[in-house]
Write a protein that binds this ligand. Sequence first.
Ligand SMILES: [Zn+2]
Length: 181
Amino acid sequence: MIPLPTKKKFIKLPLVQEFLEGTGGEAAIGVAAFCEKKGKRVTDEEIAKKMKVKVTEIRTVLNRLHYKGIACYKKTKNKRNGWYNYTWEIKKKRIVELILEEQKENIKKLEEKQNFGKNYCFFSCKNTCNVTPFEIAAEYQFKCPECGETMNSFDYSKKLESINKQIDTMKKEVGQLEKIT
Ligand SMILES: [Zn+2]
């Protein structure tokens, strides 16, 4: 078993909330929080009742999360009426895994952008329609293909600064999550 942070802390991490919402839809944070709090398998009806949301909406969320391996269900036969009961649980470990994968990919992309920005001269029109490297701007004869204005050299340092900040923040967040796993 992998030790995880306290229930409250995990679900409150912005990265976790963003991820859940992006993966399962708006209600996903509530669903995961409820399952967490319960600490045992729950039915979709229970979740819907607690959240005061239609059960179909909860099922949509659970299916989306199930597709990613985040929500898992257990099927049991109800002895009284012969129907099947589905009880659900949320896999925290899987959430962490997926976020780490995603963030590492994002950081890689930003670092590539950063290197690109360091190694090239950029050009743009005064409307900043596009920021393009010298070679492309030259192909357009330094006339913006969108607005027709002249393209001049573009100061990329501000953009680099913001990319650096983004990378720093992401690395911190990843570090936080890695501590969890
Ligand atoms: Zn332009």
